[in-house]
Design a protein around this ligand. Structure first.
Ligand code: E4P
Length: 217
């Protein structure tokens, strides 16, 4: 499963992007607003930090302007993926940009029916929002499982990008449910590596080693 960082903070991304664990980045207008600075400069810095897809979202709501914004975003860097909302106009723009050869990410997906439409519009990625479904008492991970079944049964090649991740259980559950990618807030990415028993185990190994009078290899 591909692991993306869900952030528009180029500094935070660059710190985590070494070592080959980060496959890409997703941003959205809220994250960009929080990061501050110039949108296009920030995107360029992110593209330089990570060698993989970087989703950048349009802010227009009509198809024609979305398409124009998508082309402008794509002109910035070859790794940009045009992120479009799951609306009638967003799907029209998705089809047009896909037909021009641009990669797309259809975002704000909350149902199997919407995921079906995103695939039919030729989306490269569809982003089901797990956390926001859980917030309203629905089963976010269940949606990932159902979209996986739908796409496999009908041969759709759109990648399922699990989004709105709040917990480690969301990451693990997305992987087990067959998501192709999962986008993580940096704090969840950082937490993935840590386990108390790993820390305790390492302390014990190193103590035994030094107690036995052994030094560096
Ligand atoms: C995905 O592309 C979105 O940027 C993101 O995952 C939204 O997450 P939130 O529900 O925590 O805002």
């Amino acid at each position: 499963m591909m692991l993306f960082l869900d952030s528009a903070d180029a500094g935070l991304i660059a710190e985590r992007a070494t070592g080959g664990l980060v496959d890409g980045v997703t941003t959205n207008p809220s994250l960009v607003a929080r990061a501050g600075g110039d949108f296009f400069d920030g995107l360029k810095a992110i593209c330089e930090a990570v060698d993989g897809p970087v989703s950048a979202e349009v802010v227009a709501t009509d198809a024609a302007t979305m398409i124009a914004e998508g082309r402008k975003l794509r002109a910035l860097h070859d790794n940009i993926v045009v992120k479009l909302p799951l609306t009638v106009d967003g799907l029209k723009a998705c089809r047009a940009l896909t037909d021009e050869g641009h990669p797309t990410n259809v975002t704000l997906c909350f149902s199997v029916a919407q995921a079906l439409l995103a695939a039919k519009a030729g989306a490269t990625f569809v982003s089901p929002f797990i956390g926001r479904l859980d917030d309203i008492g629905q089963d976010g991970l269940g949606l990932i499982r159902d979209i996986r079944t739908l796409y496999d049964e009908h041969g759709y090649v759109t990648y399922i990008l699990a989004a709105s991740i709040r917990t480690m259980a969301h990451v693990e559950g997305s992987a087990l449910a067959g998501a192709d990618a999962c986008t993580l807030p940096p704090n969840i990415f950082d937490a993935m590596i840590r386990h108390d028993l790993t820390d305790k185990g390492l302390d014990a190994f190193l103590k035994d080693w030094t107690d036995a009078g052994k030094g560096a290899l």
